[in-house]
Design a protein. Structure first.
Length: 456
């Protein structure tokens, strides 16, 4: 094992250069102009996997391809089998004018590497590949078999990955899935994320007159859809930050004393969070800390709100319609279908009779929870402890990674979320970066992880 750790330490500069090469591909899955870049990136990754000693192939799907890479193994191997999941597609880089350097030309400043995809997710799964390279190049036996599944559609919903999992269920059957696509509070607080919130999205449209009307001639004689929608939405949250929809909190279990104790160990203070977010004051559901509010409580969020004229100057109209885009974040044990019905029933009930209501369903996913006291979770915590030389923390994250539920449903495997990103890494934003100390320690964590998981 010492040979593996020495190899990692000795080759860091090369690893960073290789990551920079990986980041040059503008693999933006959401933009069709980058379709060829997606394919080129997948082939680069597969070729790289082969150079480090893995077997690798670019596998077609109904959309962007999946890269599947495997460690060498005997035909009837009795070793435990684990899967590492990642994605090589990235978010669009716009707005380009806010980047301090070109988004697909890696820039190193201090111990940070700036580029689109550096932390989300190329750098994070690349750390696992480098750990496996260290085993293979030093001739150190791996205690398990590993399969990497690195897709190209995570940023657009992973529409084809479930089909891929089902079609290749036997090949991908594994004892657990490891995903590094989340974060840690600080370099001194490596983390196992044991829960994710689910999501339920939809749009509300209120329609009033058949066309935009002159507000001087008709204003006051009919309801304004923009005003009606604003009033409808305002009633969905009370002054204490609690959602007023009947049944909205159905299935929500109280946080245990153990969980709340773990949350208190997190380093982020309220004042730090307020400064990071750039707000005058924090706000959330009364009775819960900001950490609990943003990770372990369900929410009703307005993502977009539009109506009427929004060009230069003024246009004195009563708009014909108003629309809001909504997402509800859900927590473990909430049933998305039940919550969707409760939300829609309530909106129908409070919609004024002066407007016509339209509800359009969007995407959804269940929340995810794995026991932090399970053997596999404890193995992961030991690997974090050894790699970072710090006591790890347990996290619930407020975001959603819908595919982890599919790993459970299709493969029957729990997912260990071992993120290497930092809160200030600007994922999905201009000047995205990846901390190179986290990159190196992530490689060490991965090296220790396969030993610990195999014993577990």
């Amino acid at each position: 094992m010492q040979g593996v750790l020495d190899y990692l330490k000795q080759n860091q500069s090369r690893f960073v250069a290789e990551l920079a090469e990986f980041l040059r591909f503008p693999s933006v899955s959401a933009q069709s102009k980058h379709d060829k870049d997606m394919v080129a990136c997948a082939h680069w990754l597969a070729t790289h996997c082969k150079t480090i000693g893995l077997t690798a192939a670019v596998r077609a799907t109904g959309g962007h391809p999946v890269v599947v890479a495997k460690t060498p193994r005997t035909k009837n191997s009795k070793k435990p089998h684990f899967m590492v999941y990642g994605h090589y597609d990235v978010q669009p880089p716009e707005p380009l004018e806010l980047w301090k350097s070109p988004p697909f030309e890696a820039r190193i400043e201090g111990r940070s590497l700036f580029a689109r995809g550096s932390t989300d997710n190329k750098g994070q799964h690349f750390a696992h590949l480098k750990a496996v390279e260290a085993y293979l190049k030093t001739g150190t036996p791996l205690p398990c078999d590993l399969t990497f599944v690195i897709e190209g559609e995570e940023e657009v919903g992973s529409a084809n990955l479930t089909k891929f999992l089902k079609a290749n269920r036997k090949e991908l059957d594994c004892a657990a899935v490891v995903v590094s696509d989340t974060g840690m509070p600080s370099p001194k607080h490596p983390a196992l994320t044991y829960a994710l919130r689910g999501i339920m999205a939809f749009e509300i449209t209120l329609r009033g007159p058949s066309r935009d009307l002159h507000s001087g001639l008709f204003g006051g004689a009919l309801d304004n859809p923009a005003m009606a929608l604003s009033q409808l939405l305002a009633g969905i949250r009370d002054k204490n930050g609690r959602v007023t929809i009947p049944g909205f909190y159905e299935g929500v279990e109280p946080l245990s004393a153990y969980e709340r104790k773990q949350f208190k160990r997190l380093p982020t203070k309220d004042a730090d969070l307020q400064k990071l977010l750039g707000v005058k004051k924090l706000f959330g559901e009364r009775g819960f800390t900001p950490t609990e509010q943003r990770s372990a409580r369900p929410t009703f969020e307005i993502n977009g709100l539009t109506s009427g004229y929004q060009g230069e100057g003024s246009k004195t109209i009563v708009p014909a319609w108003a629309r809001a885009k909504i997402t509800c974040r859900l927590v473990p044990n909430q049933n998305p279908a039940h919550i969707r019905k409760a939300v829609c029933d309530h909106i129908k009930k409070i919609c004024p009779p002066t407007c016509h209501l339209e509800l359009q369903a969007g995407h959804g996913a269940e929340a995810y929870l794995v026991s932090p006291t399970s053997d596999q979770a404890q193995a992961a915590l030991r690997a974090l402890r050894q790699a970072f030389n710090c006591e790890p923390v347990l996290l619930r994250e407020g975001g959603s990674i819908p595919i982890v539920n599919e790993f459970k449903k299709v493969l029957g495997a729990d997912t260990l979320l071992l993120g290497l990103g930092l809160p200030e890494d600007n994922a999905h934003s201009p000047n995205e970066k990846f901390d190179l100390d986290c990159f190196e320690n992530g490689q060490r964590m991965s090296a220790f992880l396969w030993q610990e998981l195999s014993r577990a």
